[in-house]
Design a protein around this ligand. Structure first.
Ligand SMILES: NC(=O)c1ccc[n+]([C@@H]2O[C@H](COP(=O)([O-])OP(=O)(O)OC[C@H]3O[C@@H](n4cnc5c(N)ncnc54)[C@H](O)[C@@H]3O)[C@@H](O)[C@H]2O)c1
Length: 438
Protein backbone atom coordinates (compact mmCIF):
# COMPACT_ATOMS: atom_id res chain seq x y z
CA UNK A 1 0.00 0.00 0.00
CA UNK A 2 1.41 3.37 -0.95
CA UNK A 3 1.49 5.82 1.93
CA UNK A 4 0.77 9.52 1.71
CA UNK A 5 3.74 11.80 1.03
CA UNK A 6 5.04 13.79 3.99
CA UNK A 7 4.25 17.52 3.76
CA UNK A 8 7.56 19.21 2.88
CA UNK A 9 7.96 22.97 2.72
CA UNK A 10 9.34 24.20 -0.61
CA UNK A 11 13.02 25.28 -0.57
CA UNK A 12 12.30 28.94 -1.17
CA UNK A 13 15.05 31.56 -1.14
CA UNK A 14 18.61 31.03 -0.04
CA UNK A 15 20.06 28.43 2.30
CA UNK A 16 22.86 29.85 4.48
CA UNK A 17 25.55 27.28 5.29
CA UNK A 18 27.38 27.97 8.55
CA UNK A 19 30.76 26.26 8.38
CA UNK A 20 32.60 25.81 11.64
CA UNK A 21 36.22 25.68 10.49
CA UNK A 22 37.44 27.03 7.17
CA UNK A 23 40.21 24.52 6.46
CA UNK A 24 40.82 21.90 3.79
CA UNK A 25 37.35 20.32 3.75
CA UNK A 26 35.33 23.55 3.96
CA UNK A 27 37.30 25.40 1.31
CA UNK A 28 37.21 22.41 -1.05
CA UNK A 29 33.45 22.32 -0.55
CA UNK A 30 32.86 26.05 -1.08
CA UNK A 31 35.20 26.27 -4.07
CA UNK A 32 33.63 23.12 -5.50
CA UNK A 33 30.13 24.56 -5.29
CA UNK A 34 31.35 27.77 -6.96
CA UNK A 35 33.08 25.74 -9.71
CA UNK A 36 29.96 23.63 -10.33
CA UNK A 37 27.76 26.73 -10.54
CA UNK A 38 30.07 28.10 -13.22
CA UNK A 39 30.22 24.73 -14.97
CA UNK A 40 34.00 24.57 -14.66
CA UNK A 41 33.82 21.57 -12.32
CA UNK A 42 31.57 18.54 -11.88
CA UNK A 43 30.08 17.35 -8.56
CA UNK A 44 31.30 13.76 -8.65
CA UNK A 45 30.88 11.85 -5.41
CA UNK A 46 27.71 13.72 -4.48
CA UNK A 47 24.52 11.71 -4.08
CA UNK A 48 22.29 14.76 -4.25
CA UNK A 49 23.86 15.98 -7.51
CA UNK A 50 24.71 12.73 -9.32
CA UNK A 51 22.54 10.04 -7.69
CA UNK A 52 19.45 8.40 -9.11
CA UNK A 53 16.69 6.60 -7.24
CA UNK A 54 14.69 3.66 -8.54
CA UNK A 55 10.92 3.91 -8.09
CA UNK A 56 8.41 1.11 -8.47
CA UNK A 57 9.11 -2.22 -10.21
CA UNK A 58 12.24 -2.97 -12.23
CA UNK A 59 10.15 -3.36 -15.37
CA UNK A 60 8.89 0.24 -14.91
CA UNK A 61 12.37 1.57 -15.74
CA UNK A 62 11.81 4.63 -13.56
CA UNK A 63 14.96 6.03 -11.92
CA UNK A 64 14.84 9.82 -11.69
CA UNK A 65 17.75 11.87 -10.40
CA UNK A 66 17.56 12.28 -6.61
CA UNK A 67 17.48 16.07 -6.99
CA UNK A 68 14.40 15.87 -9.24
CA UNK A 69 12.63 13.45 -6.90
CA UNK A 70 12.94 15.32 -3.59
CA UNK A 71 12.68 19.11 -3.22
CA UNK A 72 16.31 20.10 -2.56
CA UNK A 73 17.90 23.51 -2.47
CA UNK A 74 19.82 24.14 -5.70
CA UNK A 75 23.52 24.97 -5.71
CA UNK A 76 22.64 28.45 -6.96
CA UNK A 77 20.79 29.14 -3.71
CA UNK A 78 23.63 28.29 -1.30
CA UNK A 79 25.41 31.07 0.56
CA UNK A 80 28.23 30.64 3.08
CA UNK A 81 29.42 31.92 6.44
CA UNK A 82 32.28 30.49 8.53
CA UNK A 83 34.29 30.67 11.73
CA UNK A 84 37.98 29.87 12.06
CA UNK A 85 40.80 30.43 14.53
CA UNK A 86 42.86 31.84 11.62
CA UNK A 87 41.70 35.01 9.83
CA UNK A 88 42.45 33.78 6.26
CA UNK A 89 39.62 34.20 3.78
CA UNK A 90 38.48 31.14 1.83
CA UNK A 91 40.86 31.84 -1.08
CA UNK A 92 43.96 32.08 1.15
CA UNK A 93 42.83 29.18 3.32
CA UNK A 94 42.28 27.02 0.21
CA UNK A 95 45.74 27.90 -1.11
CA UNK A 96 47.27 26.91 2.24
CA UNK A 97 45.26 23.70 2.40
CA UNK A 98 46.80 22.77 -0.96
CA UNK A 99 43.97 20.56 -2.15
CA UNK A 100 42.78 22.43 -5.24
CA UNK A 101 45.14 23.82 -7.84
CA UNK A 102 45.93 27.52 -7.99
CA UNK A 103 44.54 28.15 -11.51
CA UNK A 104 41.13 26.83 -10.42
CA UNK A 105 41.22 28.87 -7.20
CA UNK A 106 42.29 31.97 -9.14
CA UNK A 107 39.28 31.67 -11.40
CA UNK A 108 37.05 31.67 -8.29
CA UNK A 109 39.09 34.23 -6.37
CA UNK A 110 36.47 36.97 -6.27
CA UNK A 111 33.87 34.76 -4.63
CA UNK A 112 36.32 33.03 -2.30
CA UNK A 113 37.92 36.17 -0.92
CA UNK A 114 34.53 37.48 0.21
CA UNK A 115 34.18 34.53 2.59
CA UNK A 116 36.00 35.92 5.61
CA UNK A 117 35.71 33.86 8.78
CA UNK A 118 34.37 35.28 12.02
CA UNK A 119 36.53 34.82 15.14
CA UNK A 120 36.22 31.34 16.59
CA UNK A 121 35.14 30.05 19.97
CA UNK A 122 38.36 28.21 20.73
CA UNK A 123 39.96 26.44 23.66
CA UNK A 124 43.54 25.30 23.30
CA UNK A 125 42.95 22.53 25.83
CA UNK A 126 40.88 20.81 23.16
CA UNK A 127 43.32 21.32 20.24
CA UNK A 128 46.83 21.73 21.59
CA UNK A 129 48.52 21.75 18.19
CA UNK A 130 46.82 24.95 17.00
CA UNK A 131 47.86 28.46 17.93
CA UNK A 132 45.07 30.50 16.44
CA UNK A 133 44.73 34.17 17.25
CA UNK A 134 41.42 34.90 15.53
CA UNK A 135 39.34 33.97 18.55
CA UNK A 136 36.44 35.34 20.55
CA UNK A 137 37.02 36.90 23.93
CA UNK A 138 34.45 36.20 26.58
CA UNK A 139 34.59 35.65 30.31
CA UNK A 140 32.35 32.59 30.13
CA UNK A 141 31.36 29.91 27.63
CA UNK A 142 27.85 31.34 27.89
CA UNK A 143 29.23 34.66 26.54
CA UNK A 144 30.83 32.79 23.64
CA UNK A 145 27.51 31.10 22.84
CA UNK A 146 25.83 34.53 22.78
CA UNK A 147 28.52 35.88 20.44
CA UNK A 148 28.04 32.96 18.07
CA UNK A 149 24.29 33.60 18.14
CA UNK A 150 24.93 37.25 17.23
CA UNK A 151 27.16 36.15 14.30
CA UNK A 152 24.33 33.93 13.10
CA UNK A 153 21.71 36.68 13.32
CA UNK A 154 23.98 39.13 11.51
CA UNK A 155 24.74 36.61 8.77
CA UNK A 156 21.06 35.81 8.27
CA UNK A 157 20.32 39.47 7.80
CA UNK A 158 23.22 40.38 5.51
CA UNK A 159 23.01 37.24 3.37
CA UNK A 160 19.19 37.39 3.27
CA UNK A 161 19.18 33.65 3.82
CA UNK A 162 15.75 32.15 4.26
CA UNK A 163 17.04 29.11 6.18
CA UNK A 164 20.30 28.15 7.90
CA UNK A 165 22.27 24.95 8.44
CA UNK A 166 25.42 24.44 10.53
CA UNK A 167 28.12 21.83 9.92
CA UNK A 168 31.25 21.15 11.98
CA UNK A 169 34.26 21.00 9.63
CA UNK A 170 36.74 22.16 12.28
CA UNK A 171 39.51 20.18 13.92
CA UNK A 172 39.04 16.98 15.87
CA UNK A 173 38.98 17.84 19.56
CA UNK A 174 40.73 16.04 22.41
CA UNK A 175 38.95 12.95 23.67
CA UNK A 176 36.03 13.71 25.97
CA UNK A 177 33.82 11.28 27.88
CA UNK A 178 30.18 12.04 28.73
CA UNK A 179 29.94 13.97 31.96
CA UNK A 180 27.13 14.96 34.33
CA UNK A 181 27.15 18.53 32.92
CA UNK A 182 26.00 17.04 29.59
CA UNK A 183 23.02 15.31 31.19
CA UNK A 184 20.27 17.91 30.65
CA UNK A 185 19.68 21.31 29.08
CA UNK A 186 19.62 22.89 32.55
CA UNK A 187 22.94 21.41 33.69
CA UNK A 188 24.50 22.27 30.35
CA UNK A 189 23.40 25.91 30.51
CA UNK A 190 24.65 26.11 34.06
CA UNK A 191 27.96 24.65 32.87
CA UNK A 192 28.20 27.29 30.12
CA UNK A 193 27.82 30.01 32.75
CA UNK A 194 30.31 28.31 35.11
CA UNK A 195 32.89 27.64 32.40
CA UNK A 196 32.71 23.90 32.98
CA UNK A 197 35.87 22.35 31.48
CA UNK A 198 33.84 19.41 30.10
CA UNK A 199 32.08 21.73 27.63
CA UNK A 200 34.09 21.65 24.40
CA UNK A 201 34.01 24.50 21.84
CA UNK A 202 32.10 22.29 19.39
CA UNK A 203 29.31 22.03 21.97
CA UNK A 204 29.07 25.81 22.24
CA UNK A 205 28.47 26.13 18.48
CA UNK A 206 26.01 23.22 18.46
CA UNK A 207 24.13 24.70 21.41
CA UNK A 208 23.81 28.07 19.63
CA UNK A 209 22.55 26.36 16.46
CA UNK A 210 20.05 24.00 18.09
CA UNK A 211 18.71 26.74 20.32
CA UNK A 212 17.82 28.69 17.15
CA UNK A 213 16.35 25.59 15.46
CA UNK A 214 19.26 25.34 13.00
CA UNK A 215 20.13 21.76 11.90
CA UNK A 216 23.59 20.68 13.06
CA UNK A 217 25.86 18.07 11.43
CA UNK A 218 29.06 16.83 13.02
CA UNK A 219 31.87 16.05 10.58
CA UNK A 220 34.43 15.18 13.25
CA UNK A 221 34.40 12.35 15.80
CA UNK A 222 33.90 14.83 18.68
CA UNK A 223 31.30 14.05 21.36
CA UNK A 224 29.47 17.36 20.61
CA UNK A 225 25.82 16.38 20.07
CA UNK A 226 26.07 12.80 21.38
CA UNK A 227 24.87 13.95 24.78
CA UNK A 228 21.40 14.13 26.35
CA UNK A 229 21.47 17.95 26.67
CA UNK A 230 21.79 18.42 22.89
CA UNK A 231 19.27 15.73 22.07
CA UNK A 232 16.74 17.28 24.44
CA UNK A 233 17.38 20.68 22.90
CA UNK A 234 16.93 19.30 19.37
CA UNK A 235 13.62 17.74 20.40
CA UNK A 236 12.46 20.94 22.08
CA UNK A 237 13.28 23.15 19.09
CA UNK A 238 12.22 20.56 16.46
CA UNK A 239 15.68 20.47 14.96
CA UNK A 240 17.45 17.67 13.06
CA UNK A 241 20.96 16.67 14.07
CA UNK A 242 23.36 14.15 12.59
CA UNK A 243 26.85 12.80 13.08
CA UNK A 244 29.54 11.88 13.33
CA UNK A 245 32.88 11.90 11.50
CA UNK A 246 32.68 12.02 7.70
CA UNK A 247 33.12 8.59 6.18
CA UNK A 248 35.95 8.99 3.67
CA UNK A 249 39.17 7.24 2.70
CA UNK A 250 40.23 4.14 4.51
CA UNK A 251 37.06 3.75 6.59
CA UNK A 252 34.89 4.12 3.50
CA UNK A 253 36.83 1.22 1.95
CA UNK A 254 36.51 -0.77 5.16
CA UNK A 255 32.73 -0.48 5.15
CA UNK A 256 32.70 -1.57 1.49
CA UNK A 257 35.05 -4.59 1.85
CA UNK A 258 34.02 -5.93 5.28
CA UNK A 259 30.33 -6.51 4.39
CA UNK A 260 31.50 -8.58 1.39
CA UNK A 261 33.77 -10.80 3.50
CA UNK A 262 31.02 -11.17 6.09
CA UNK A 263 28.41 -12.02 3.45
CA UNK A 264 30.61 -14.81 2.06
CA UNK A 265 31.46 -16.05 5.58
CA UNK A 266 35.19 -15.58 5.18
CA UNK A 267 36.95 -15.27 8.52
CA UNK A 268 39.33 -12.50 9.53
CA UNK A 269 42.28 -12.95 11.90
CA UNK A 270 43.55 -9.40 11.69
CA UNK A 271 43.06 -6.04 10.03
CA UNK A 272 45.98 -3.64 10.20
CA UNK A 273 45.33 -0.12 8.86
CA UNK A 274 48.07 2.45 8.53
CA UNK A 275 47.95 5.98 7.08
CA UNK A 276 50.29 8.80 6.22
CA UNK A 277 48.78 12.25 6.07
CA UNK A 278 50.36 15.70 6.01
CA UNK A 279 47.62 18.29 6.27
CA UNK A 280 46.55 20.35 9.30
CA UNK A 281 44.08 17.62 10.25
CA UNK A 282 47.03 15.18 10.33
CA UNK A 283 49.01 17.58 12.51
CA UNK A 284 46.15 17.92 15.00
CA UNK A 285 45.74 14.14 15.06
CA UNK A 286 49.44 13.81 15.87
CA UNK A 287 48.48 14.66 19.45
CA UNK A 288 47.59 11.39 21.24
CA UNK A 289 44.53 12.96 22.94
CA UNK A 290 43.07 14.07 19.58
CA UNK A 291 44.05 10.78 17.92
CA UNK A 292 42.17 8.88 20.63
CA UNK A 293 38.92 10.57 19.54
CA UNK A 294 39.58 9.53 15.93
CA UNK A 295 40.78 6.06 16.85
CA UNK A 296 37.54 5.19 18.66
CA UNK A 297 35.59 6.28 15.60
CA UNK A 298 37.76 4.31 13.16
CA UNK A 299 37.87 1.14 15.26
CA UNK A 300 34.15 0.90 15.86
CA UNK A 301 33.13 0.20 12.27
CA UNK A 302 34.09 -3.47 12.02
CA UNK A 303 32.26 -4.68 15.12
CA UNK A 304 28.74 -4.11 13.95
CA UNK A 305 29.47 -5.22 10.38
CA UNK A 306 31.11 -8.50 11.36
CA UNK A 307 29.03 -9.19 14.49
CA UNK A 308 31.62 -11.39 16.27
CA UNK A 309 29.03 -12.29 18.90
CA UNK A 310 27.03 -14.10 16.19
CA UNK A 311 30.07 -15.51 14.38
CA UNK A 312 32.75 -16.09 17.04
CA UNK A 313 34.62 -18.67 14.92
CA UNK A 314 35.03 -16.20 12.07
CA UNK A 315 35.54 -12.91 13.87
CA UNK A 316 35.91 -13.63 17.60
CA UNK A 317 39.73 -13.38 17.53
CA UNK A 318 40.04 -10.44 15.16
CA UNK A 319 42.95 -8.10 15.92
CA UNK A 320 42.13 -4.63 14.60
CA UNK A 321 44.70 -1.85 14.67
CA UNK A 322 44.56 1.65 13.16
CA UNK A 323 47.52 4.03 12.92
CA UNK A 324 47.65 7.59 11.56
CA UNK A 325 51.10 9.02 10.98
CA UNK A 326 51.63 12.73 10.40
CA UNK A 327 53.91 13.09 7.39
CA UNK A 328 53.99 16.69 6.06
CA UNK A 329 55.32 16.04 2.52
CA UNK A 330 52.04 14.35 1.58
CA UNK A 331 49.76 17.27 2.43
CA UNK A 332 46.10 16.36 1.88
CA UNK A 333 47.01 13.43 -0.40
CA UNK A 334 46.76 10.71 2.15
CA UNK A 335 48.03 7.21 1.52
CA UNK A 336 46.68 4.26 3.40
CA UNK A 337 47.67 0.61 3.57
CA UNK A 338 45.48 -2.15 4.86
CA UNK A 339 46.69 -5.66 5.46
CA UNK A 340 43.83 -8.06 6.04
CA UNK A 341 44.55 -11.62 7.14
CA UNK A 342 41.57 -13.69 6.14
CA UNK A 343 40.76 -17.41 6.11
CA UNK A 344 38.36 -19.63 4.23
CA UNK A 345 37.35 -23.25 3.59
CA UNK A 346 39.11 -25.59 6.06
CA UNK A 347 40.87 -22.63 7.73
CA UNK A 348 43.16 -21.97 4.75
CA UNK A 349 44.71 -18.50 5.16
CA UNK A 350 44.71 -15.75 2.54
CA UNK A 351 45.70 -12.08 2.50
CA UNK A 352 44.16 -8.97 1.08
CA UNK A 353 46.19 -5.74 0.66
CA UNK A 354 44.66 -2.39 -0.07
CA UNK A 355 46.80 0.60 -0.95
CA UNK A 356 44.53 3.62 -1.32
CA UNK A 357 46.05 6.86 -2.57
CA UNK A 358 43.14 9.11 -1.84
CA UNK A 359 42.51 12.81 -1.51
CA UNK A 360 40.79 13.31 1.78
CA UNK A 361 39.04 16.58 1.10
CA UNK A 362 38.01 15.54 -2.42
CA UNK A 363 36.11 12.70 -0.77
CA UNK A 364 34.77 14.83 2.09
CA UNK A 365 33.51 17.90 0.13
CA UNK A 366 30.58 16.10 -1.58
CA UNK A 367 29.59 14.67 1.80
CA UNK A 368 29.38 18.20 3.22
CA UNK A 369 27.16 19.23 0.30
CA UNK A 370 24.87 16.19 0.63
CA UNK A 371 24.55 16.57 4.39
CA UNK A 372 23.71 20.25 4.18
CA UNK A 373 21.05 19.65 1.51
CA UNK A 374 19.53 16.59 3.20
CA UNK A 375 19.53 18.18 6.67
CA UNK A 376 17.70 21.16 5.18
CA UNK A 377 15.23 18.75 3.57
CA UNK A 378 14.79 17.03 6.95
CA UNK A 379 14.02 20.34 8.63
CA UNK A 380 11.48 21.30 5.96
CA UNK A 381 9.90 17.83 6.27
CA UNK A 382 9.41 18.35 10.02
CA UNK A 383 11.96 15.71 11.10
CA UNK A 384 13.78 16.30 14.36
CA UNK A 385 16.50 14.74 16.49
CA UNK A 386 18.99 12.16 15.19
CA UNK A 387 18.73 11.59 11.44
CA UNK A 388 19.89 8.00 11.30
CA UNK A 389 19.05 7.74 7.59
CA UNK A 390 22.16 9.91 7.00
CA UNK A 391 24.47 7.22 8.51
CA UNK A 392 25.66 6.63 4.94
CA UNK A 393 27.90 9.69 5.29
CA UNK A 394 29.42 8.95 8.70
CA UNK A 395 32.09 6.76 10.28
CA UNK A 396 30.31 6.63 13.66
CA UNK A 397 26.62 7.02 12.95
CA UNK A 398 24.49 8.42 15.75
CA UNK A 399 21.59 6.18 16.76
CA UNK A 400 18.80 6.25 19.31
CA UNK A 401 19.71 4.89 22.74
CA UNK A 402 19.77 1.08 22.90
CA UNK A 403 20.40 0.59 19.17
CA UNK A 404 23.68 -0.41 17.55
CA UNK A 405 24.83 1.69 14.59
CA UNK A 406 24.60 0.22 11.11
CA UNK A 407 28.00 0.55 9.40
CA UNK A 408 27.44 -1.48 6.23
CA UNK A 409 27.52 1.10 3.41
CA UNK A 410 24.95 -0.79 1.35
CA UNK A 411 22.46 -1.14 4.18
CA UNK A 412 22.99 2.56 4.88
CA UNK A 413 22.33 3.39 1.23
CA UNK A 414 19.11 1.34 1.23
CA UNK A 415 17.95 3.11 4.38
CA UNK A 416 18.71 6.53 2.92
CA UNK A 417 16.90 5.87 -0.35
CA UNK A 418 13.94 4.22 1.36
CA UNK A 419 13.65 7.26 3.61
CA UNK A 420 13.48 9.50 0.53
CA UNK A 421 10.84 7.19 -0.99
CA UNK A 422 8.91 7.29 2.28
CA UNK A 423 9.01 11.09 2.42
CA UNK A 424 7.65 11.29 -1.11
CA UNK A 425 4.95 8.65 -0.63
CA UNK A 426 6.62 5.94 -2.74
CA UNK A 427 6.88 2.24 -1.81
CA UNK A 428 10.18 1.22 -0.18
CA UNK A 429 12.19 -1.22 -2.30
CA UNK A 430 12.78 -4.62 -0.69
CA UNK A 431 14.15 -6.55 -3.73
CA UNK A 432 11.68 -9.37 -3.00
CA UNK A 433 10.02 -9.26 -6.46
CA UNK A 434 8.58 -12.79 -6.36
CA UNK A 435 6.23 -11.97 -9.24
CA UNK A 436 8.97 -12.19 -11.88
CA UNK A 437 9.64 -15.84 -11.20
CA UNK A 438 6.16 -17.18 -10.61
N1 LIG B 1 38.99 15.19 5.09
C1 LIG B 1 38.40 14.08 5.44
O1 LIG B 1 38.35 13.14 4.71
C2 LIG B 1 37.75 13.98 6.79
C3 LIG B 1 37.09 12.79 7.08
C4 LIG B 1 36.46 12.67 8.32
C5 LIG B 1 36.49 13.71 9.21
N2 LIG B 1 37.18 14.83 8.91
C6 LIG B 1 37.22 15.86 9.92
O2 LIG B 1 36.80 17.07 9.37
C7 LIG B 1 37.45 18.12 10.06
C8 LIG B 1 38.05 19.08 9.05
O3 LIG B 1 39.08 18.45 8.33
P1 LIG B 1 40.10 19.34 7.49
O4 LIG B 1 40.95 18.41 6.73
O5 LIG B 1 39.37 20.42 6.79
O6 LIG B 1 40.98 19.96 8.66
P2 LIG B 1 41.73 21.38 8.67
O7 LIG B 1 42.68 21.30 9.80
O8 LIG B 1 42.25 21.72 7.31
O9 LIG B 1 40.56 22.41 8.98
C9 LIG B 1 39.99 22.55 10.23
C10 LIG B 1 39.90 24.03 10.53
O10 LIG B 1 39.19 24.18 11.77
C11 LIG B 1 39.76 25.29 12.45
N3 LIG B 1 39.34 25.20 13.84
C12 LIG B 1 39.82 24.44 14.83
N4 LIG B 1 39.13 24.63 15.97
C13 LIG B 1 38.17 25.53 15.68
C14 LIG B 1 37.13 26.13 16.43
N5 LIG B 1 36.97 25.83 17.71
N6 LIG B 1 36.30 26.99 15.80
C15 LIG B 1 36.46 27.31 14.49
N7 LIG B 1 37.45 26.78 13.75
C16 LIG B 1 38.28 25.91 14.32
C17 LIG B 1 41.24 25.16 12.18
O11 LIG B 1 41.89 26.40 12.36
C18 LIG B 1 41.25 24.70 10.73
O12 LIG B 1 41.39 25.77 9.82
C19 LIG B 1 38.47 17.48 10.99
O13 LIG B 1 37.94 17.35 12.28
C20 LIG B 1 38.63 16.11 10.39
O14 LIG B 1 39.03 15.14 11.35
C21 LIG B 1 37.81 15.00 7.71
Amino acid sequence: MIQKPVAIEKPQGKLGVLLVGLGAVSTTFVAGVAACRRKIGRPFGSLTQMGTIRLGKRKDHKSPPVKDFVPLTSLEDLTFGAWDVFPDNAYDAALKAGVLEKPLLDSLKEELTTLQPWPAAFDKNYVRKLDGTHTKKGSTKWDLAQQITEDIHRFKETSRANRLNMIWCASTEAFLSPHSVHGSIESFEKGLKNNDPAIAPSMIYAYAALKLGIPFSNGAPNLTVDIPAMQQLAAETHTPLSGKDFKTGQTLMKTIIAPGLRARLLGIHGWFSSNILGNRDGEVLDDPENFKTKEESKLSVLDTILQPELQPELYGELYHKVRINYYPPRGDNKESWDNIDIFGWLDYPMQLKINFLCRDSILAAPIVLDLVLFMDLAKRAGLKGIQEWLSFFYKSPMVAEGLYPEHNLFVQQTKLKNTLRHLMGEEPITHLELEYNE
